[in-house]
Structures are given as C-alpha cells and as structure tokens.
Ligand binder design. Structure first.
Ligand SMILES: CC(C)(COP(=O)(O)OP(=O)(O)OC[C@H]1O[C@@H](n2cnc3c(N)ncnc32)[C@H](O)[C@@H]1OP(=O)(O)O)[C@@H](O)C(=O)NCCC(=O)NCCS
Length: 161
C-alpha cells in the first residue's frame, strides 16, 4: 500500500470512489459540496491523502480543508480566531474496511496541518455515523457540541494543534 497526496490526475479515481461510497450511506451524512473538493486540489484550500493498493487502486482517502462552512461556524460558536482547518471527507471502499489504516492517514494529515502552521483542527460528523465519529476520537479530537448545521445534524470536534 502507498499513501500519497492526490493530484488533479487522480480525479477519475477520486470521483469513482466518492460515488460508490456515497451510494451506500445516508445522504444526510454528507455535506453537498464534498465531491467538489477535488476542484481545489493543488491549492491551499484542500490537501487530500489517498491510499493505493499494490495494483494502483485507490482504496480510500481523507482531507484537510482550509475553507469550509463548518470552519466559519466553529469560529463563531467557540470564539476561535487564528488558523483553523478541518479534517474530513474520510472515505474507504467497503471492501477495504476496516483494514485500511484511515486513522493513520488522519494522524498524518494532522501532523502536516501542524507543520504548516494551523493552530486548531476541527471535524464534524453525523452522530449516527459511528465509524466517522470514532475516527475523530482516535485522532484525539474532543466532542464540543452537537447541533444543526443547516439541515445537517453534526457532532463538532476540535483539537488544538
Ligand atoms: C468513515 C470510514 C472512512 C471509516 O473507515 P474504517 O475505519 O476503515 O472502517 P469501518 O467503517 O469498518 O469502521 C471503523 C470503526 O467504526 C465501527 N463502526 C462501523 N460502523 C458502525 C456502526 N454502524 N455502528 C457502530 N460502530 C460502527 C467499527 O466497528 C470500527 O470500530 P473499531 O475501530 O472500534 O473496531 C468508512 O466507514 C467510510 O468510508 N464510511 C462512509 C463514508 C463516511 O461516512 N465518511 C465520513 C463522512 S465525510
């Protein structure tokens, strides 16, 4: 298995994985703009780490986002200032769960965010999405609130980097 940053050359694999995983879960577990994050690859708004199998298949990925509606919401809710980023968009093809170390990818992303000067990490997850909530907990994030974000119920997690 190889773990590396996705580039715009990975767009086809990214969208194919996104659509397959999304088809298998509750639509309220996703924010509507998540598929579009691929458009921001290579810019400072979005860094996606993906895991590839030996034969080159994209198995799963997760991202650090520097711009998102959740970031603004958390800044307002908790009076946070400074450099805040969001970890999320975690997706693993069902056939690779749970053996793909997505928690390790979260930790790598977190280290990277710290190294480039982010001060606070946030994450959101639907409370019923236990696998997603567990990822946040494994990364050492603290549950600070559960509230609606528009029509989406979300657990809000934060971590000081
Ligand atoms: C979130 C995700 C990336 C996690 O992948 P993963 O860690 O490789 O593996 P799993 O999904 O099997 O789940 C990991 C853990 O959650 C638990 N879990 C999974 N589904 C669960 C459920 N319905 N109820 C309770 N626990 C559950 C597993 O038992 C496992 O727990 P453990 O670590 O204590 O053994 C993957 O589940 C996924 O792609 N989900 C769909 C996309 C998604 O919802 N992404 C987050 C929103 S953006």
């Amino acid at each position: 298995m190889t773990i590396r940053k996705l580039t715009t050359n990975d767009k086809k694999s990214y969208l194919s994985l996104f659509n397959e995983v999304k088809a298998g879960i509750d639509p309220l577990w996703f924010m509507p703009d998540e598929a579009e994050m691929i458009e921001f690859l290579g810019q400072k708004e979005c860094t996606i780490l993906g895991a590839f199998s030996k034969d080159g298949e994209l198995m799963g990925y997760a991202a650090i986002l520097a711009v998102s509606p959740e970031i603004e919401d958390v800044k307002q809710m908790f009076g946070k200032t400074g450099a805040v980023c969001e970890v999320g968009l975690a997706m693993v093809l069902p056939k690779f769960r749970p053996q793909l170390p997505i928690a390790r990818i979260y930790r790598d992303l977190l280290e990277w965010a710290r190294s480039v000067g982010f001060e606070t990490l946030i994450a959101t997850a639907h409370p019923d999405n236990r696998a997603s909530c567990k990822l946040c907990e494994y990364a050492g994030m603290k549950l600070v609130a559960t509230k609606m974000l528009g029509k989406y119920l979300r657990n809000f997690y934060t971590l000081e980097l």
